[in-house]
Design a protein. Structure first.
Length: 615
């Protein structure tokens, strides 16, 4: 999947990644694009700190500038439907942190927020077939009150923080569209009712026109519905063909990590005379997640989450990777026996979420943290988090939301009602936007709210972990009296009663063979790493009360040498041995690691065999 927006695809788009002119403005003194001295080249979308950018300068950069000349052919970006009333859109996957965009030195628009996409209609600014795009990106490296995730504020990476990402770090692309078009698609499944709802946002909605939605699985049409357009907001519920409630039939259509069945969607927008204005391709899935008492459920059944903490960094590209690398990471996670990933302190590329949807991986979507608390922290965090939830709402792989991690950005949570109010506000806002997924209040400790109770505990002794989390009684005692990392676990009257409990960070075993590095405990060889990992996982598999876990972590990431894989994605110990430990003895005995490395069920393996695909 190369398209930067997998759930709203048009056939014709132009990728602007590649060589751009570039300039540093570290003192942020230049305000006008026409006076910038573009003295070097950069390979977009890699940030200037990354080796793959061709720049690889890791200094403090307050402001950077980009410039590229664009030449449109006779059919710009492949052309659009809808006759001559066409618009040219310029899309940015992400620019950290504030962006100003110019066409031929004229300001088109600005955007604030370093982790989410934005677009501008540049039609009236483009005067001919040749024009110049300039981007100014402001990203104060010392600003602790903006969402920055793992980006370091020191010159060099230290402990658990990594090199900065300045400016453009996701794909830039052009798209020629009709003035009347589909601007957004929001998918929502109701498994209990056997329905799928589509909410479309239409721009320049053609009143009296129509929207046609066709849903299909492997070419078999499930729904072919045409409805009248009555305004810019279009909502429609589609009842799927009845299976009379037979579980065997229902299972054939449900999405899960073991059976990642997707439903293809083809959508057409026509005017009142039946002329085709817009066509987009998308997909959705039948999948439900929630909590039932003290259990996390997938498709109304208890589901034990085996997750790994995934930082989403590469040594040469930093936070930026192509689709092939993103896909390979998902495959490696599943090959290690995990059924889920907690994407940590990063809003990941939609193409990674696409591969999680396609290959089957449950994902916890997490907001990159600020580290200071101020009025600006509150407004910036709430604003950008809403954009994250809106962007990723329709991905079936996402099964939980995590707006706050370990009290980062709310450092005085036990003593500040303002900070408690922010955590609760993010929790409530997320539920107001999405009532279909559980929401975490504060992952790790000092929890004032949340649908799940998530604990971080890096004790390296397996029997200590079992004593703390082996039963519900043990967990209750831990919540009442034990303070991992010397932090209170519950705040403001919040209780674990009737809620699932998960150990969402643990382990962190480093395996350091040369150079400097860091971990929560240290193994001296791959064999010792496997032995310690197996013992830790065995302690959790013996627990009768935990609803899941998240091991720290997938890969080595700069000074953090506690990955199961190196930073170049090589296993540090026998990969099958690690997978057996992740699964536990019972589940491992049922898996053929050679024939079925990604852990699919028999139903999905049969489908793959029938279609000639590989799991």
């Amino acid at each position: 999947m190369d398209h930067p927006r997998p759930q709203l695809r048009r056939a014709a788009w132009t990728n602007l990644d590649g060589a751009w002119q570039f300039a540093f403005d570290n003192d942020a003194l230049i305000d006008a694009p026409e006076v910038v001295d573009f003295d070097r080249e950069i390979l977009v979308p890699y940030p200037p700190e990354a080796r793959l950018s061709g720049v690889h300068v890791t200094d403090f950069h307050r402001r950077v500038w980009y410039r590229r000349e664009v030449v449109l052919g006779e059919s710009p970006a492949g052309g659009a439907q809808g006759g001559g009333d066409e618009r040219l859109l310029l899309h940015f996957g992400a620019v950290d942190f504030e962006a100003q965009v110019y066409i031929d030195d004229v300001l088109v628009g600005a955007h604030r927020g370093g982790h989410v996409p934005f677009s501008f209609d540049v039609t009236r600014f483009v005067k001919g077939s040749r024009f110049t795009v300039v981007v100014r990106a402001d990203d104060d490296p010392f600003d602790m009150n903006k969402p920055r995730g793992k980006q370091d504020w020191k010159r060099d990476p230290h402990v658990i923080w990594y090199p900065r990402t300045t400016g453009i770090w996701r794909t830039v692309w052009l798209e020629r569209v009709a003035a009347s078009r589909i601007d957004r698609i929001k998918w929502q499944a109701d498994v209990a009712r056997w329905e799928i709802r589509a909410d479309l946002r239409l721009l320049a909605a053609p009143l009296g026109g129509s929207v046609r939605v066709r849903l299909s699985i492997n070419g078999r049409t499930l729904v072919d519905d045409t409805s009248l357009v009555q305004g810019g907001e279009f909502g429609r519920v589609f009842s799927l063909p009845s299976d009379h409630g037979i579980d065997n039939g229902r299972e054939d259509w449900l999405w899960s990590p073991e059976h990642p069945q997707l439903i293809d969607a083809h959508i057409e927008l026509r005017d009142a005379d039946g002329h085709l204005l817009d066509t987009v391709e998308s997909y959705t899935a039948l999948r439900s997640v929630w909590v039932d008492g003290d259990r996390f459920t997938l498709n109304s059944r208890p589901y034990a989450l085996r997750m790994v903490l995934d930082q989403g960094y590469w040594p040469d590209g930093l936070m930026t990777a192509d689709s092939a690398r993103l896909k390979r990471d998902v495959e490696l996670i599943k090959s290690l026996g995990f059924n889920g990933a907690r994407k940590h302190q990063k809003v990941e590329d939609p193409r990674w979420l696409y591969w999680c949807d396609v290959l089957g991986l449950a994902v916890w979507g997490e907001m990159p943290s600020a580290y200071g608390f101020s009025d600006r922290t509150v407004s910036t965090l709430i604003d950008e988090w809403q954009q994250v939830v809106e962007r990723d709402f329709s991905h079936p792989c996402i099964v939980a939301w995590v707006p706050i991690n370990e009290s980062w950005g709310v450092p005085d949570l036990p003593h500040s009602q303002r900070q408690v109010a922010l955590v609760k506000a993010l929790y409530e806002i997320t539920h107001a936007m999405d009532d279909t997924r559980p929401v975490v209040g504060n992952d790790g400790w000092e929890m004032p709210c949340g649908d799940l109770v998530n604990i971080h505990d890096y004790h390296h002794e397996p029997e200590v972990l079992f004593a703390r989390y082996g039963s519900r009684e043990a967990i209750d005692a831990t919540l009442a009296s034990v303070r991992p990392s010397r932090r209170r676990l519950m705040l403001d009257g919040y209780s674990a009663a009737g809620r699932p409990v998960l150990l969402t960070e643990f382990g962190g075993i480093a395996c350091i063979t040369e150079g400097e590095g860091w971990g929560y405990s240290v193994a001296t060889s791959g064999e010792q790493l496997l032995e310690r990992y197996t013992a830790l996982l065995d302690a959790l598999h013996r627990s009768s009360a935990l609803s899941g876990f998240c091991y720290t972590q997938l890969t080595d990431t700069f000074l953090e040498k506690n990955g199961l894989l190196t930073d170049t994605r090589e296993a540090k110990a026998d990969l099958v041995g690690l997978a057996r430990a992740t699964l536990g003895a019972v589940a491992a005995a049922r898996r053929d690691f050679k024939a079925n490395p990604l852990g699919y069920n028999e139903r999905w393996l049969a489908k793959l065999a029938a279609t000639g695909l590989k799991g």
